[in-house]
Design a protein around this ligand. Structure first.
Ligand code: ATP
Ligand code: MG
Length: 415
């Protein structure tokens, strides 16, 4: 994906509204981008809401510059110049009943006021007219933004019953903006948390990813616990006694020390490591249908979470493979965040990592081809032999290919 330029995104989102207005339609910026701009954050993307129906939107912008991926729900993506990306243009709609606890059975086109009232939270339910520079607020979003409250539009219980994912969104937004969750919404989540399983594991994972990748992750996880969602989604980390509660406090501290720019696997590993081993972590990753790469990374981190603490005393042949592993940056960060001893151990490892490559990761003295050329029949022994040689090389008890071959001969001969 090309890099998006915020000013270009904004310019294009304005242009889309101009075109719709010029053709006689009503059109506003809507939802998250309005909220973000009002709290002084740069919107990640812009959504436009309009009374134009999907076919009219496509006709106006041209079929080649539009994608009708969500046309059944009245969503048309309009493709802008590269640095501007896409703007999703959505026809004002009203949702019919939700019988699966996640999706409306159907939608019908409607007015701006009705479109606002089908949105999830008041802070997400506002429109903005970028031409007249006016907020259009049918749901009291400005008041709640000022009071820093996440409040459902209408009755919280009803809104969460329609779409159970909103419970998790409530927690995520509350944490991300450092707001409070309105009391009624909080009670509703506490009562209905068990219904979160109506949401697909993949969708839960999307939401957990956003919650954990954000720097507010510690607050988010605490809220998951307090609302009862953690008991449903991650019973592994729910304290059952005082020792557990202390462990939760420590987990929270670890999460808050990860800082910015740490990805989801590192954050998930930090969340799980105090509670379960890598087998348990595998189960969590499978539960959320994470990719193999992510699962492997999370499990590797959980498995080695304490490995670097003894770095100063470890044989180089044990330490070096960890330091050359792909996930080392995350592991160092987890180690450094854990304890003062961890901070020191991580600093020690960073110094080792800064050595020149021929010292730090020298080419192997022997390869499989060398063993073959030396007349040793290929087989499962190869891996073990090469590992032995590599360990000895790293620990500097072997220095040349000849010494390595002599060692192999000794092992093979004596086996
Ligand atoms: P983010 O910054 O996480 O993207 P967002 O508010 O833009 O936050 P989106 O998921 O992109 O969230 O959705 C855009 C808008 O669509 C929301 O602001 C909200 O008005 C509406 N919306 C999204 N998901 C739901 C939902 N499950 N129920 C009701 N309204 C929703
Ligand atoms: Mg959004």
């Amino acid at each position: 994906m090309p890099t998006l330029v915020p000013e270009e995104q904004r310019r294009f989102a304005l242009e889309v509204v101009r075109r719709l207005r010029g053709a006689g339609f009503e059109a506003y910026w809507a939802g998250g981008c309005v909220r973000d701009q009002l709290i002084g954050r740069t919107p990640v993307d812009y959504d436009v809401a309009t009374d134009a129906e999907p076919e009219r939107i496509r006709a106006l912008f041209g079929r080649r510059r539009t994608l009708a991926i969500g046309a059944a729900f009245g969503v048309i993506s309009v493709i802008g110049p590269k640095p501007a990306g896409l703007v999703e243009v959505t026809t004002f709609r009203r949702d019919a009943a939700y019988s699966d606890g996640r999706h409306p059975d159907s939608v019908s086109f409607s007015t701006a006021a009705e479109d606002a009232s089908r949105r999830d939270f008041t802070i997400n339910g506002m429109f903005f007219d970028p031409i007249g520079q006016q907020v259009i607020d049918f749901v009291g979003g400005q008041k709640d933004l000022a009071a820093r409250v996440v409040r459902a539009i209408g009755n919280a219980r009803d809104r969460f019953a329609e779409d159970k994912l909103r419970m998790l969104r409530a927690v995520r937004f509350t944490a991300a903006f450092d707001f409070t969750l309105d009391e009624e919404a909080r009670r509703a989540v506490a009562e209905m948390a068990a219904e979160i399983h109506a949401v697909s594991p993949e969708r839960i994972a999307v939401e957990m990813r956003r919650l954990l990748a954000d720097r507010s992750r510690a607050v988010g996880v605490r809220l998951l616990l307090e609302t009862g969602l953690a008991a449903e989604l991650l019973p592994e980390i729910v304290p059952r006694n005082d020792a557990g509660r202390r462990r939760f406090d420590e987990t929270e501290k670890l999460l808050s020390q990860l800082g910015d720019g740490r990805g989801f696997p590192a954050a998930l590993a930090a969340l799980l490591a105090p509670w379960i081993d890598s087998v348990g972590a595998t189960k969590v990753c499978r539960r959320w249908r994470l990719s193999n790469d992510e699962r492997n990374r999370v499990c590797w981190l959980v498995k080695h979470r304490d490995a670097l603490l003894k770095a100063a005393e470890m044989p180089w042949s044990k330490l070096q493979p960890l330091l050359v592993a792909e996930g080392i940056d995350d592991l160092l960060m987890l180690t450094a965040a854990a304890t003062p001893a961890g901070t020191e151990a991580a600093a020690h490892c960073r110094r080792l990592l800064a050595q020149p490559p021929e010292v730090f990761d020298p080419p192997p003295l022997l390869t499989g081809d060398d063993l073959l050329a030396h007349g040793i029949p290929a087989g499962p022994r190869y891996k073990i032999l090469l590992q032995r040689v590599r360990d000895a090389q790293l620990d500097r008890t072997l220095h040349t290919k000849e010494e390595a071959l002599a060692m192999v001969e000794k092992i093979v001969g004596s086996g």
